[in-house]
Ligand binder design. Sequence first.
Ligand code: OMP
Length: 253
Amino acid sequence: MAPPSRVSLDDRPRRGTAVEHPRDRLIVALDLPSVDAAEAVIDRLGEGVTFYKIGYQLAFAGGLALAQKLIFSGRRVFVDLKLHDIGNTVEKGVESIARMGATFLTVHAYPQTMKAAVQGRGDSNLRILAVTVLTSYDDADLAAAGYDFTVPELVAERAAQAHDIGIDGLVCSAEEAAMLRPKIGHGMALVTPGIRPSGAEVGDQKRVKTPRDAILAGADYLVVGRPIVAAPNPRASADAIVAEIEAAVNEQV
Ligand SMILES: O=C(O)c1cc(=O)[nH]c(=O)n1[C@@H]1O[C@H](COP(=O)(O)O)[C@@H](O)[C@H]1O
């Protein structure tokens, strides 16, 4: 079979980016040890946050039931399991997650895995995000993992493959957002972790941008964990980030 074309799919109906209210573009990563701890943060965030991400730490501590509860309460949920396995396992796993009513699910950006995930999500409302290169990686980390690519090269290659396969969005650093947008068009969502308000601790992230710079670079959604959930006042931190998103959106027009 001929390899998939890299250029002819832009008019395919995708489940891409709608223009959203600035508040709905913030995804708070509930990287917390228990459902009780997560619910305490969710209570403090109140109406300030509409979109939550549940990853390894919480998913394996009762977080998938919490995801269901959040969905029933009208919040959107990003299930961040970064799947990567043989095709059949990925496809069946994605089918199960699609039945939960989640909005986003991550898989690693390997062609076999991405194809299986697209197959598994079928016609459901779940949108598959491909993780290009983790934001904790720089060129030296890629070399240590055996890759002969710089970060922007590998992100661009994986983005092109994800696009051809019909993936709904990409997880990347906002450092790559401006470079990716012309390559992938407006049908795919760019979801960017590694967001740090100026002065915030960077921690283990290596490719970071402020909320303003991420929006100006073309990010659709910003994923923020510790700067909100570990803050003394999570609601104030979330509100400040939403205000920064809103100001950047106004700068764009
Ligand atoms: O898929 C992700 O969400 C993800 C991809 C990536 O490349 N980098 C990254 O940090 N993340 C997630 O985004 C969140 C970032 O959290 P903070 O660094 O605390 O803001 C964590 O839950 C990570 O698992």
